[in-house]
Design a protein around this ligand. Structure first.
Ligand code: XMP
Length: 517
């Protein structure tokens, strides 16, 4: 795929690299993550527009702490060191890093020295930054100007404009550093001289061109799940090759209220895509009948999905040969699987890696270089329905793992009704974006006593599980306003006859997971 010269974010292994790479993209500059073990020659072969050294272990003097090859700084490529990267840069260029005993963790006051150089010019003399270090740079390397300090870091920012090298002890990528994004942009635009051209429209143009070149006049197939990734991937491919693309939507009957219609009507209306809908809900429900074990449910949904999709693919193949299969693989999947090579990276049931040998497709993965936020922006730029583009993550096995107990049509209807109320009220409160995901879970095998009108009830509890998270690896329970919870609770118990109790899950992850099953 054609992408602009990247800003390489060198990953020192402390989970900051992805965040930095995202912030660079938010500044409309293309970035890629590379491991610190990559030799400098290999980094330079990528013709980087700049290199950013990320945070990492607490001390450059730790046993086995990764070092930076000084050759990196003599190649004429602009380099920005952050936290550990800043110290590693200082050491490599013969500055001084010491155990001062002045550790700093968390919000810290930064004091700008003099004019603040290019990075800190015109910003407040005192500003709050996020620190996380034990050692400190005590003397900047020759040729560098020190532009800021903090109580625990005598040298907290430096730059050498002649060599286009700069660094900061704090973390500009985290939101707690008030002017962090500004400082990062100063490096990218003013120190490194990069133009901010990485925009949705440019990404779309580049991808469309690349897809056309790859696909030619061959036929392409894509499975839509109702989720953002497959919807955007298919829309991009459709923009590139039009009716050479056929989408298949397997309705497994486990989606939430309105979601199947969104795919079948709104999405098709917005894109003009040729869609083959397979209503397989009966088949999935039959296969799931009586099953209560969560992993068993997952296996069954995955297996049935592949069987149904395979059948649909064969029917299309019988009409005319299909060469390519679209997958909505995102950049974090590529990074986490070690860079990947374009072979199927099977993560959820919507991927179709289990297809038999006579149905082998070449993969088209137009989102491989993109983060989720970028995928959403591209979806919006392509005119996809807002509800689809902004949708919270939703698991492949759908509502089957949000009913604790066996699945049947009646239970699904109860859960759908309650879930719809929760979603409506969250949206009405304007809180969709501050919540990562809001599972609503039906405890179908539990009953409790209640009273409604004049009568005793014996209904099911429903669990509200709103969580905040960055990547679903860890999560915290969302502190939703009490009035909102009250409204959801009242509406659910009034409007969904079978529910007589609403509870809120206040467990973080770990120890809880986001889903109950
Ligand atoms: P947990 O429950 O493990 O979920 O904290 C982490 C994230 O993954 C989603 N999830 C799934 N997604 N198939 C999927 O496609 C699954 O079987 C599955 N299980 C959990 C969950 O919604 C959350 O975003």
């Amino acid at each position: 795929m054609t992408t602009p010269p990247p800003v390489l974010v060198v990953d020192f292994g402390a989970q900051y690299a992805q965040l930095i790479a995202r912030r660079v993209r938010e500044a409309h500059v293309y970035s890629e993550i590379v491991p610190h073990s990559m030799p400098v020659a290999e980094m330079l072969a990528k013709r980087p527009a700049a290199i950013i050294l990320s945070g990492g272990p607490s001390s450059v003097y730790e046993d086995g702490a990764p070092q930076v090859d000084p050759a990196l700084f003599g190649a004429g490529v602009p380099v920005f060191g952050i936290c550990y990267g800043f110290q590693a840069m200082a050491v490599a260029l013969q500055g001084e890093v010491s155990h001062t005993g002045l550790r700093e963790f968390g919000g810290t006051q930064l004091s700008v020295t003099g004019e603040g150089g290019v990075l800190l010019r015109d910003l407040p003399e005192e500003q709050s930054v996020w620190m996380s270090h034990g050692d400190s740079v005590t003397a900047a390397p020759a040729g560098f100007t020190v532009t800021a300090g903090s109580p625990g870091a005598p040298v907290a920012a430096f730059e050498d404009l002649d060599r286009r090298l700069a660094g900061v002890q704090f973390h500009p990528e985290v939101a707690h550093t008030v002017h962090g994004q500004h400082i990062l942009k100063r490096f990218l635009y003013d120190v490194a001289g990069i133009e901010p051209t990485w925009t949705s429209n440019n990404i779309i143009d580049e991808q469309v061109e690349a897809i056309r070149a790859r696909v030619g006049n061959k036929r392409v197939l894509c499975a839509l799940s109702g989720g953002v990734d497959s919807a955007v991937a298919a829309a991009l491919v459709h923009k590139a090759v039009g009716d050479q693309l056929t989408c298949v939507f397997v309705d497994h009957g486990l989606l939430r209220a309105g979601e199947a219609e969104q795919v079948e009507k709104d999405y098709v209306a917005a894109t003009g895509i040729t869609l083959k809908v397979v209503d397989a809900s009966r088949r999935f429900l039959d296969a799931l009948a009586g099953v209560t074990d969560p992993e068993q449910k997952r296996k069954i949904v995955g297996r049935e999905f592949i069987r149904v999709f395979e059948q649909a693919a064969r029917e299309l193949e019988a009409e005319d040969h299909v060469e390519f299969l679209v997958q909505g693989t995102l950049y974090p999947d590529v990074v986490e699987s070690g860079g990947g090579t374009g072979t199927a990276n099977i993560k959820s049931h919507h991927n179709v890696g289990g297809l038999p040998d006579d149905l082998k497709f070449q993969l088209v993965e137009p989102l491989r270089t993109l983060f989720k936020d970028e995928v959403r922006q591209i979806g919006a730029a392509l005119g996809l329905p807002e509800e689809m583009v902004m949708r919270h993550p939703f698991p492949g096995p759908g509502l089957s793992i949000r009913i604790i107990g066996a699945i049947n049509e009646e239970r699904l209807a109860i859960l759908r009704a309650a879930d719809l109320i929760a979603r409506e009220e969250l949206t009405a409160a304007g809180l969709d974006r501050s919540v990562w995901q809001f599972p609503v879970v039906l405890l179908a095998d539990v009953r409790s006593v209640g009273v409604q009108g004049d009568g005793r009830t014996y209904g099911h509890p429903i669990v509200l599980r709103p969580v905040s998270s960055d990547d679903a690896m860890t999560a915290d329970w969302s502190r939703l306003p009490h009035e909102l919870i009250a409204k959801i609770s009242t509406r659910i118990t009034n409007e969904v006859r079978e529910i007589n109790r609403v509870v809120v899950d206040v467990t973080s992850k770990p120890p809880g997971t986001i889903e109950w099953e």
